[in-house]
Design a binder for this molecule. Structure first.
Ligand code: WAQ
Ligand code: MG
Length: 260
C-alpha cells in the first residue's frame, strides 16, 4: 500500500432516522485505503452495511477523506482465548481481568450497572477514579477511526497463530491495539451488539487481548464498549488520538510480547 496517500473510509448505518436524529444503530466500519483500492474499500463497507444481522438500514453513509498525518505502526496485542461454558462464568472472568488491569472493583461494579443506559454507536469513556463517564458524547460515544490491518499481514499473523481469519477478530484486535497503546487507557471491555455474536474481550497493554467465548446470550442485541481511562487531564487530546491518529497494525514475530 502506498502510505503516502491513504484515505480514511468510514461507514455508518441506522434504522429509521440517522444516528443524530435518534435512529437505531445498525452497523459501522472504518478502514484505511490507497486511492487505487478506494472502490473496493467502499464496497467492503457497503456490503457490511447491507448484510447485517441487526437489520436493514434506512440511513447509510460512507465517507472518504485523505489522511495527512504520519501513520503509526503497532504490533498487535497478544491474543488469548478463554473458553467459558456460561455467560455468568464469562462475566465473572471479565470482571476479574479488569481488576487485574488496575480498574478498582467498585468502579467495575458501577460501570456494569450503567451499561444498559448506553445504547450508543461508539465507545464510552469511564474514569477509573470516579467511575464517571467522561466522554461527554451522551447519545453516540466516541468512534475510533483511521485504523486498519492489511489483509496479507493479517493472514500471515493468523496462520502463525493457527487462528481463523475471522474478520471480526481482525477489526476488534485492530481497535483494541490502537486504544490500549495510549498510555491513559487502562483497559477495554467489549462485546458485540450483533445478536449472533457472543464472544467478547477484555484488553490492556499488559494483559493483551483476552477473548472470552461467552459474554452475552444469543439473540441479545445489546453490545458494550467501554474504555477505562486514568484521569484525563486533556480529554480532547485523548479523543482526537482515538478519532484522528492514523495507525496500521503490522505484525512482526520478533516483536511479539508475552502475556503476564
Ligand atoms: N469505535 C468505538 N466504538 C465502536 C467502534 C469503533 N470503531 N466499533 C464498534 N463500536 C462499539 C459500538 O457501540 C458497537 O455497538 C459495539 O462497540 C460493538 O461493536 O472474536 O463485533 O462491531 O475476538 O458489534 C469482539 C470479539 C467482537 C471478536 C466485537 O463489536 C473476537 C464486535 P461490534
Ligand atoms: Mg455490531
Amino acid at each position: 500500500m502506498n502510505q503516502s496517500r491513504l484515505y480514511s473510509v468510514r461507514m455508518r448505518a441506522s434504522e429509521n432516522e440517522s444516528h443524530e436524529n435518534g435512529g437505531r444503530h445498525i452497523s459501522g466500519g472504518e478502514l484505511l485505503s490507497s486511492y487505487n483500492e478506494l472502490g473496493l474499500s467502499v464496497n467492503t463497507l457497503l456490503e457490511k452495511a447491507l448484510n447485517h444481522s441487526r437489520g436493514q438500514p434506512d440511513f447509510l453513509q460512507i465517507q472518504c477523506e485523505v489522511v495527512n498525518q504520519p501513520i503509526k505502526l503497532f504490533n498487535p496485542l497478544t491474543v488469548q482465548t478463554n473458553e467459558v461454558t456460561t455467560v455468568e462464568e464469562g462475566q465473572v472472568l471479565a470482571k476479574f481481568l479488569l481488576e487485574k488491569t488496575g480498574v478498582p472493583k467498585d468502579i467495575i461494579k458501577k460501570a456494569y450497572k450503567e451499561i444498559p443506559e448506553y445504547p450508543v454507536s461508539g465507545a464510552i469513556l469511564i474514569d477509573i477514579h470516579t467511575g464517571e463517564r467522561v466522554d461527554g458524547r451522551i447519545d453516540k460515544g466516541v468512534r475510533v477511526s483511521r485504523m486498519d490491518w492489511q489483509t496479507g499481514n493479517f493472514n500471515k499473523w493468523a496462520r502463525s497463530k493457527a487462528d481463523s481469519t475471522n474478520p471480526r477478530l481482525k477489526e476488534a484486535l485492530t481497535l483494541a491495539t490502537k486504544v490500549t497503546n495510549h498510555k491513559l487507557t487502562i483497559a477495554e471491555l467489549c462485546w458485540s451488539d450483533d445478536p449472533d455474536y457472543i464472544t467478547g474481550y477484555v484488553a490492556s497493554k499488559k494483559l493483551g487481548y483476552q477473548r472470552i467465548t461467552q459474554l452475552k446470550q444469543y439473540g441479545d442485541d445489546r453490545g458494550c464498549r467501554i474504555f477505562f481511562v486514568d484521569k484525563l487531564s486533556d480529554i480532547n487530546t485523548y479523543m482526537s488520538y482515538l478519532e484522528e491518529q492514523p495507525i496500521l497494525i503490522q505484525w512482526e514475530e520478533k516483536h511479539d510480547t508475552r502475556v503476564d
